[in-house]
Design a protein around this ligand. Structure first.
Ligand code: VG1
Ligand code: CO
Length: 588
């Protein structure tokens, strides 16, 4: 087949945010918008001497609107760039963690992929009038680090030509099959679930979890929110673990994640506000309070977002905040076979609560604090560990974010399925040891009794005027340092007031302006950040945390406890007068 060269011009604003490039779908569909970005990625890789020529590339997505078209465009450009083999999940579906698993472990015949494209805007709604996105992941299976994405952005600003093979017909991705082209190139379509399942089988004791699932008093429900997790959920829970049919809800991936008619209005975003069906089934309301359902409540419930890297964990009428979930998994890591040789370390993003730090301290393992976004965990996990498990010493590591993302170094992405399996494993082991069913709430209560409780909430102000939000941040930034010693009602006194900056301990790269922090003398915290995943306007995130020691009241409502901090945060930021908002859009 022939390679065509097409003249193009740079398109403004093709800069990836916290997790890839996200824009309105219609922008991606316009002219050569997607092609310009993809070519800029290939140009960067070639410049960086990544073995694109004759290499293997993974291309798939979360099944959102325009995924099929985008995948065909990328395949044809990949061949023109010299790629020899393109690997796609069936129907072009691969969850974000499964893509990472495929990049890391599907090779083995000298065909290790050099990277992969994930067509996803994660939890952002999909559809022609909503959002689309694309992320590039490297050879280690993790998101491209900033030093690479910065080069990609430079290419988007100087690009003059695109290379593609538009004469090639579209490839049929509907079922596993191999297309061999005359010039030695190939497209392989494979089972989307198999590789991820194989990796997680190495991490967990499936027969032990199967016993929990079969326990007469145990029941579970899992909501894929019409995102890409459906096929994984069906295979893991109903086929492998023997949960009854119907355990996996909303398990058919839809291009608009259910759209406006779904209970979550197409926001496949697992939290108390959007995971409406799960929250109701678990006997809760969106404040996390208990409500009666008139139906039996499952003992365990969980949900995933559009690309299945996020997780929400609930017990019967009990919500586990993601920061707590991370700390509790690390505290109980010895019950998970993946960590039988011990845990090398752990990490959290800066806004995530310090519950993890308390566990790490007691366990005597290092705990890192990185900026928001999974790309920052990659270097930590790769240091001292092999890119390909099994080839060198395997040194376990757990990390997570307050935004419902948890994972470990079996892959290089947060992993919604892994987090749920980790909880099931902990419950299964504890149940086995106790000789009676141990609940999520039991695990949480025991944890707080030992470590104390980091009460936590995040307020999101969505769709705020961008210029106003930036003005508000600039004003706070100008004040940094000057407020140390300032006292507020309740005896709260500011200890640290700074702009978070991160120096990567592995490669020394510096990331500036990662969030404004107000840390009080009792270690309560207020953090402000601007979201880097939105596509229009600005989203202000306000993170609130208050620590209660084991001797204190551990049974309060998390959103109530942090309210006095919220009042201080509004005073410090003057948020209402800058943004005109007197209440957050979402509290999680
Ligand atoms: C948000 C979360 C962040 C997460 C990112 C990608 O970013 O806060 O913790 O890593 O989304 O998650 P931001 O910049 O909007 O705060 V996903 O599941 O959307 O890929
Ligand atoms: Co996601």
């Amino acid at each position: 087949f022939t390679i065509e060269t097409i003249t193009t011009k740079p398109i403004e604003g093709q800069k990836p945010g916290t997790s890839g490039l996200r824009k309105k779908t219609k922008i991606f569909m316009e002219g050569t918008y997607l092609a310009n970005y993809v070519q800029s990625v290939f140009n960067t890789l070639q410049e960086e001497k990544v073995p694109v020529q004759g290499g293997t590339l993974v291309v798939s997505g979360d099944g959102r609107f325009w995924n099929p078209e985008a995948i065909q465009i990328i395949i044809k450009m990949a061949f023109a760039a010299g790629v020899a083999r393109v690997w796609c999940g069936t129907k072009g579906l691969l969850s974000t963690p499964a893509t990472s698993a495929v990049i890391r472990c599907r090779g083995g015949k000298g065909y290790e992929p050099f990277g992969g494209f994930i067509c996803s805007a994660s939890h952002n709604p999909g559809g022609i009038d909503n959002d689309f996105g694309i992320k590039y992941n490297c050879e280690n299976g993790g998101p491209a680090p900033e030093k690479l994405t910065n080069k990609m952005v430079e290419w988007t600003a100087k690009i003059t030509e695109l290379k593609t093979c538009s004469k090639l017909p579209d490839f049929d991705l509907s079922k596993p099959q191999l297309f061999e082209l005359p010039n030695g190139k190939s497209v392989e379509v494979f089972d989307s679930v198999a590789d991820h399942l194989a990796i997680l089988k190495n991490c967990f004791d499936f027969p032990c979890i199967k016993k929990l699932v079969a326990h007469p008093e145990f029941s579970m429900t899992y909501d894929s929110m019409s995102g890409v997790q459906g096929p994984y959920a069906l295979r893991f829970f109903e086929q492998e673990l023997g949960a009854p049919a119907g355990t996996s809800k909303n398990a058919e991936p839809l291009p608009d994640f259910g759209g406006p008619s779904s209970a979550w209005h197409g926001h496949a975003d697992p939290n108390l506000t959007y995971a409406v069906e799960l929250v109701k089934d678990m006997g809760l309301n969106k404040e996390g309070n208990k409500v009666s359902t008139g139906k039996p409540i499952p003992s365990f419930g969980a949900a995933a977002d559009g690309d299945a890297d996020r997780n929400m964990i609930c017990g019967s009428q009990f919500f586990v905040s993601p920061s707590d979930s991370l700390a509790m998994i690390v505290a109980n890591a010895h019950l998970i076979p993946q960590f039988k040789t011990g845990l090398r370390g752990c990490a959290r993003s800066m806004p995530t609560s310090a519950a993890l730090d308390l566990v790490a301290k007691k366990k005597g393992i290092p705990c890192f604090e990185v900026p928001t976004g999974w790309k920052f965990f990659g270097n930590l996990m790769d240091s001292g560990t092999s890119y390909f498990p099994g080839k060198e010493t395997y040194t376990p590591f757990i990390c997570g974010e307050e935004s419902f993302g948890t994972g470990a170094d079996h892959v290089r992405e947060k992993d919604g399925m892994w987090a749920v399996m980790a909880w099931l494993q902990i419950l299964a082991k504890k149940t086995e040891e106790a000789g009676k069913l141990v609940s999520v709430e039991d695990v949480a209560n025991a944890h707080w009794k030992e470590y104390g409780r980091n009460y936590y909430a995040r307020y999101d102000y969505e769709g705020v005027d961008k210029a106003k939000a930036e003005e508000m941040f600039a004003a706070m930034e100008a004040q940094t340092g000057k407020l140390v010693g300032k006292e507020f009602p309740g005896g709260l006194k500011i200890k640290i007031n700074d702009m978070f900056e991160y120096t990567d301990p592995v490669d020394g790269s510096v990331s500036k302006k990662q969030g404004l922090r107000f840390i009080f003398e009792d270690n309560s915290r207020i953090v402000f950040r601007l979201s880097g995943t939105g596509v229009a306007g600005a989203t202000v995130r306000l993170y609130l945390e208050k620590y209660e020691p084991p001797s204190g009241d551990l049974t309060q409502h998390q959103f109530e406890v942090v309210k006095p901090l919220a009042a201080i945060a509004l005073e410090l930021s003057q948020l209402s007068s800058y943004t005109g908002r007197d209440a957050p859009t979402v509290i999680t």
